[in-house]
Design a protein around this ligand. Structure first.
Ligand SMILES: [Zn+2]
Length: 345
């Protein structure tokens, strides 16, 4: 099969690799229909984060090709959404709703042999606990794109909103206008926030943010941006803040715009971030978040997609195929696109 292989920074190649095979009775093999590039893929693409040479990609949807002997909930031909982490869905952490901490789980696309979603086929460990079947088989391209976002980006934005405790009628603020930040806007709207403020300087992203429910766009960064958010909230600050970037600056901004008693929901992978315990202490500001338990959110969000309540697939503004995957990374790296979709089969 063909698979995207990370070679070194700014270099991804499509190579012919052996087809994955069932290794454990709990495995399934999925034929990938669509995959995409994650903002977190850009860290290693740019040479900032570590990644071994090898298989990449952790967001994909597809069709079950084969199942191991102990898989009971899935069969060949099922259309499935894969969360970016696999999990058994039965251990204490999964039962508590934190599937990304599963004792039998891990992440896709870690560079190991053929474990990435940017490929024609993927071996899915813990298939029963991981894959979410979608009933039916006749979906529009737009619907498929929305399904694909549940794999990571929409579930992660939703996790930011849930972690920050977005409430009906409240003020939600989002730091980051990438695909996750925009999905956090959509999630804040879904959870009933009345005032939704996003920090953004990019016109196309601002447009989508407004379409998805943002009431205020703040173009200023740092202290100046915090000042504007304070002014928009009568000096109080936001009830719920979502940090969707992961840099030091974004985190500082997020904590500074939180009102006393608020929680900052963090989903940006932190890079050289330190949280000052004193400033958070004196204002009773909390912190939650981490890798989104996408598996926990997919069934409900899938229902919202099917019912037409949300259309998170609009986040994709670049589409290509597996052979041109290098370009899918480049357009995101150069901020020429919000998020790249890769049609595979
Ligand atoms: Zn588990």
């Amino acid at each position: 099969m063909k698979a995207a292989i990370f070679i070194e920074e700014y270099r991804i190649e499509v190579q012919e690799v052996p087809d994955p095979v069932i290794q454990q009775a709990t495995d399934a093999i999925v034929r990938v229909v669509m995959a995409c590039v994650c903002g977190s893929d850009l860290w290693y693409y740019r040479g900032i984060g570590e990644h071994p040479r090898g298989s990449i990609g952790h967001e994909f949807i597809g069709v079950v090709e084969e199942v191991g002997s102990s898989v009971v909930f899935l069969k060949k031909g099922d259309f499935v959404i894969a969360p970016f982490a696999f999990s058994d869905n039965t251990c204490p952490h999964c039962r508590a709703g934190f599937h990304t901490a599963c004792v039998n789980g891990s992440f896709f696309g870690m560079g190991e042999k053929n474990d990435g979603g940017q490929a024609e086929f993927v071996r899915v460990p813990q298939a029963d606990g991981t894959l979410v079947r979608v009933e039916g088989d006749d979906f529009s391209e737009a619907m498929l794109a929305s399904f694909l976002t549940l794999s990571d980006v929409m579930s992660t934005g939703y996790h930011a909103a849930v972690s920050a405790g977005v409430k009906e009628g409240g003020v939600a603020a989002i730091v980051g206008d990438g695909a996750v930040g925009l999905s956090a806007v959509l999630s804040a709207k879904l959870l009933g926030a009345e005032q939704i403020i996003i920090i953004s300087r990019h016109e196309s992203r601002q447009r989508l943010a407004r379409d998805w429910g943002a009431t205020h766009i703040v173009e200023e960064r740092g202290e100046a941006g915090v000042k504007v958010v304070k002014a928009l909230t009568a000096g109080v600050g936001a009830d719920a803040v979502m940090e969707c970037v992961g840099t030091k600056e974004a985190n500082e901004m997020a904590f500074a715009m939180a009102r006393p008693g608020a929680v900052v929901g963090r989903v940006g992978v932190p890079h050289e971030v330190t949280i000052n315990p004193n400033t958070t202490f004196y204002y009773n500001i909390g912190m939650r978040g981490g890798p989104a338990p996408a598996r926990a959110y997919i069934p409900a969000l899938l229902n919202d997609v099917i019912k037409g309540r949300i259309n998170p697939g609009r986040v994709f503004d670049f589409v290509t195929d597996l052979d041109n995957i290098q370009e899918a990374y480049a357009v995101m790296d150069e901020r020429r696109a919000i998020k790249s979709l890769i049609k595979i089969s």
